[in-house]
Structure formats: C-alpha cells, structure tokens
Ligand binder design. Structure first.
Ligand SMILES: C[S@@+](CC[C@H](N)C(=O)[O-])C[C@H]1O[C@@H](n2cnc3c(N)ncnc32)[C@H](O)[C@@H]1O
Length: 229
C-alpha cells in the first residue's frame, strides 16, 4: 500500500500527555482530556484486563497511530504472552512520534527503547520485541486487511465516525466478528447508538460502560462462545 502522510501538530492533553491533531480531519489521535488516561482506561482496563488470566492473547488494533496502545499493552500484559498486530494506513515518521512525551511519563523499565522499537521495526514483519510480546505493524487499511489468524481482543481506535464514517459501517463489524475467536472482546471509545445497534446486528453482545473522563460512555462488545458437545 502506498504510504501517504497526515499532517499533524503536537498538542498537550489534560493529563499532561501529548497527542497529535490532524487539521484535515478536524480530529485528534486521543481525547483532549488525557491521551494516556484514555488509552489506559478504554483499551487496557476495559479490554486487556479481561484476559489477565489467559496464557496467550492475540490482539488486533485498528489504528496504530502513535503506538501508545501497543506500548501500554507491552507493559500491562502481566503473565500473558501477547501477539499484537496493528493496522495503519498513514504511518507517522519517527521525527514526529519521537517528540511525544509517553516514555517520559510512563515510568517503566526500558520504556524508551520499547517505544522506539515499536516505531522503527519494519512494517509487515512480525518481530519479537521482548520475551512474550510478538508485534507486527501492518501497512494496510482495515477494509483491505485479510487474515486467517483469529483474534481474542480488538482495540478499535479509528478516528471518530464524523471524520471517517467508512470505518463505522455495519460491514466493518461483520468483518471483525468473523476475525475473532469465540469469547473475543472488542473495545472502543465510541458509544454511538447506531454503532451499538450495528454491532448487535453483526452478532456481538454489546455492553455500554462508563467512559473515560470527558466521555459519558464507551462500548465493549463480546463474541459469545459456546462449547460444542
Ligand atoms: C484515533 S487515531 C488512534 C491511533 C492510535 N491507536 C494511537 O493511540 O495513537 C486513528 C488511527 O487510525 C488510522 N487509520 C485511518 N484510516 C484507517 C483504516 N482505514 N484502517 C486502519 N487504520 C486507519 C489513522 O491513520 C490513525 O493513526
């Protein structure tokens, strides 16, 4: 896929962490109330922690962007081995993401190296970033992506419906439902009624959860599994 770039501007959010603003879409990569705060709440607390007791979790992220969710997952995964694949149509340059203050604010061993490795690792190549954390950035849109591999957890972190309505269409949820394992979980910061109804129509069981600061609600959707007898 051809690499096109979005023009971005670095801005500080309410919790002191940076995000990027995209003028052409009138969008930010994260909540202006707090980028780290939002990622930790929506994707880690309400998503990853559902798998705290799993030996292995296979994650698909839609919208790699700044790599914040990948970084937080590598830190918070407890004893689970993680296979993390992330889709991105508009890769950001290291000159831009290297200015983000996530490694400074997230106090953890080797966070700076891991953040850099996440970004400088080759596209479309699976790499073992650390023991138990296998990672692949995929330079593809979700619409063009196809996989035989099934996922346990989806971080749905696309730009909002008003900016990219094509990423919130019913066909998207049908596609993701088919790509998930039974008992899979999908989390997103969005809580629009139409999105919830479309997810239900695709087969998901949908929960409305309290949102991160600044947002009333978010969505957690499950692909309910059943045991064959
Ligand atoms: C809200 S941002 C979030 C990014 C990221 N999760 C983060 O924490 O920085 C949405 C991301 O989705 C990417 N994107 C846009 N269209 C896409 C598509 N069709 N398929 C996959 N990713 C897409 C954007 O380039 C952007 O990086």
């Amino acid at each position: 896929m051809k690499k096109r770039e979005l023009k971005t501007e670095l801005v500080e959010t309410g919790d002191g962490s940076h995000t990027l603003k995209v003028e052409e879409l009138k969008e930010h990569y994260h909540s202006h109330k707090g980028a780290i705060q939002e990622s930790l709440y929506v994707f880690i607390e309400k998503g990853l922690r559902e798998f705290n007791h799993a030996d292995h979790v296979s994650i698909l992220e839609v919208g790699f962007g700044t790599g914040l969710n990948a970084l937080l997952t590598s830190i918070d995964r407890k004893r689970s081995a993680v296979r993390y694949w992330s889709l991105e149509t508009f890769p950001l340059k290291w000159e831009i993401v290297g200015q983000l203050n996530y490694p400074k604010l997230i106090k953890d061993n080797s966070v700076e190296e891991v953040f850099k490795e996440i970004h400088v690792s080759a596209w479309d190549t699976e790499v073992s970033l650390m023991d138990g954390f296998v990672f692949k950035k995929i330079n593809s849109s979700l619409q063009e992506f196809d996989s035989d591999h099934k996922f346990d957890l989806i971080y749905y972190d696309a730009f909002a419906p008003h900016a990219q309505p094509e990423l919130w269409e019913p066909a998207i949820w049908e596609k993701l439902f088919d790509m998930m394992n039974n008992r899979g979980v999908l989390v997103t910061y969005c809580a629009k009624g139409q999105v919830r109804r479309d997810m239900q129509a695709a087969g998901f069981t949908v929960e409305r959860l309290e949102g991160p600061p600044g947002k009333r609600e978010m969505i957690r959707a499950r692909k309910d599994g059943y045991e064959e007898v």
